[in-house]
Design a protein around this ligand. Sequence first.
Ligand code: ZN
Length: 79
Amino acid sequence: MSQKNLICPRCESANAEVLSRSPVEGVWEVYHCPTCFFTWRSTEPAFITDPKQYNPNFKFKPEDMAHFGVMPAIPELKR
Ligand SMILES: [Zn+2]
């Protein structure tokens, strides 16, 4: 099985890892990015698996994550 370039397509962190492999070796792999928690399969189209082709509207830098809002928003406590 060839080692893939494990750069996260979404945040482009270089520390993405293999999460799972197909029971029949070499059919598919699932990857996981521990930085932004994106998960993708080797069998998805290039616009998902290739950082250069991933939709730029859905990309972000790891440092942007500190400014993300909480979804869904947590309401104020009722008193
Ligand atoms: Zn990522």
